[in-house]
Design a binder for this molecule. Structure first.
Ligand code: DAH
Length: 345
């Protein structure tokens, strides 16, 4: 138990020790030692009761003064430590406003989007409008209305992902042609870009999801010459004025006659006849798109009179065009989100 005669000793301790704590925690320790529930001054106050009554007022006053002294000295030191802390923080966290700022790196458009935007602008300039269709398509729009009946072998080539309820992830954007022709009457002049899906391999020239741009023109007196003209112009504008193109007869159930348009191989320029080029396999040409005159059956499927109107259509893989445009030799690069690759565009 503390004793009244300790008052002077405690006062001395306060004066000697008050400047020792150099952290708030150490100061708190000292406060508890003096003023805590079992602190020296608190115990002194408690021991007042054991003094003879006539001594209590004087002793009480002395202890009280001691308490006030301790509290005010502790408060002074607390303030001093606080100031010291702020000064240290200011020293440490000094900002050099003359340093150059850190610029945040902004993203940019994917090469697929860049080329698609350019193609879309070109076609809009030639009077086309942009049409859209669902990626989860019915068998009717993806195949049947395009003159591809249930057991047609072409369905094998375009094997795809079927969902429950008879829907299919569209294998081509050609279904948009039908949707547009059902709604509008000629003259029709649309392009329809979008994603398509096939259960294809994942290799340098194939991906299970890729992108197509479909085109459709229906009017009176539309001919194959219009088709060739517009597609040749397209290739020159997008791939370069000197690009060589060729049209090969082909087959599509929804066009008659049908053709495919090839462009000169970007990797070897048709030169690697002896050591076959991995892009054109030594043929010198790369297939770019399918096209043809809209089959009369497709027109009548959409209630357009094939005796009065004719039309041409084309469908191209945007990914292949991006590859051709930038000399990319592996399609997978377009899907792997490799920053080293993407930041080049
Ligand atoms: N849909 C065809 C494909 O994916 C491409 C195509 C060929 C589209 C001829 C057409 C066309 O519009 O007329 O292989």
């Amino acid at each position: 138990m503390q004793n009244i005669s300790d008052i002077n000793k405690i006062r001395e301790t306060i004066e000697q020790q008050i400047n020792e704590p150099d952290t708030s925690a150490a100061l708190e320790e000292l406060r508890v030692k003096l003023l805590g529930r079992k602190g020296e001054i608190t115990l002194l106050l408690k021991s007042l009761g054991s003094l003879p009554p006539e001594e209590r007022p004087v002793a009480g006053q002395q202890i009280n003064e001691l308490r006030i002294l301790a509290e005010s000295r502790i408060e002074e030191v607390r303030k001093k430590l606080g100031r010291k802390q702020v000064e240290e923080a200011l020293k440490k966290e000094k900002i050099d406003v003359t340093l150059p700022g850190r610029s945040s790196s902004l993203g940019h458009l994917h090469p697929l989007t860049l080329v698609l935007q350019e193609m879309t602008e070109l076609f809009i300039g030639m009077g086309f409008t942009v049409a859209d269709g669902p990626e989860i398509e019915t068998d009717y729009y993806n195949f049947e209305a395009l003159n591809i009946p249930a057991n047609h072998p072409v369905k094998d080539e375009q094997d795809t992902f079927y969902t429950e309820g008879g829907f299919v992830l569209r294998t081509q954007t050609s279904g948009v042609q039908v949707r547009v022709m059902e709604q509008a009457s000629p003259p029709i002049r649309i392009i329809a870009p979008g994603s398509v899906y096939r259960s294809d391999d994942w290799d340098a020239t194939h991906a299970p999801v890729f992108h197509q741009l479909e085109g459709l023109v229906v009017d009176e007196d539309v001919t194959m010459a219009d088709l060739k003209g517009i597609l040749t112009l397209f290739a020159q504008r997008i791939l370069g004025e000197d690009i060589q193109v060729r049209f090969r007869p082909s087959f599509f159930p929804f066009t008659e006659p049908s053709a495919e348009m090839d462009v000169q191989c970007f990797a070897c320029g048709g030169q690697e006849k002896d050591a076959p080029c991995y892009v054109c396999k030594g043929t010198g040409w790369v297939e770019l798109l399918g096209c043809g005159m809209v089959h009369p059956k497709v027109l009548s499927n959409c209630n357009i009179d094939p005796n009065r109107y004719s039309g041409y259509a084309f469908g191209m893989g945007i990914d292949r065009i991006v590859m051709q445009r930038y000399g990319i030799t592996d399609m997978r690069l377009l899907y792997e989100n490799d920053m080293q690759f993407l930041t080049q565009f």
